[in-house]
Design a protein around this ligand. Sequence first.
Ligand code: C2G
Length: 129
Amino acid sequence: MRIVLTYGTYDLLHIGHINLLRRAKELGDYLIVGLSTDEFNKIKGKKAYHNFDERKKLLEAIKYVDLIIEENSWEDKRKHIKEFNVDALVMGSDWEGKFDDLSDLCEITYLPRTEGISTTKIKRDLKYS
Ligand code: C2G
């Protein structure tokens, strides 16, 4: 059983998120998503439109996702990788290199971002539409 782990805020769910989750799941058998809590989003400087419970419910409806855990801090990753016996940490390429320090615990894979879509772009386009 190859376990894959990824993290994110997953606000205003869009095709970029789905593409990431689909490819992450293709790299293993079981996909865990560390979902940023509302409190951690404040630390990340993000104000999500949907709160944690709403974002969790949306992710639970995605067939690629097997388990959702809370992401409460930048430091959570090392603990989670050990706790869940993770084989691979997978993130979008905007994080390229940022988690290589965890390569002593598991494989680190960065997947190309989906161009032309982001939560920020959605908010901006709606604001000026
Ligand atoms: N993503 C993507 N293509 C996009 C937008 C996002 O591949 N057009 C990927 C991101 O690279 C990330 C995942 O989708 O791997 C979730 O994106 P966000 O919710 O923006 O996650 P982020 O705020 O980057 O949180 O500790 C890590 C952080 O929690 C990651």
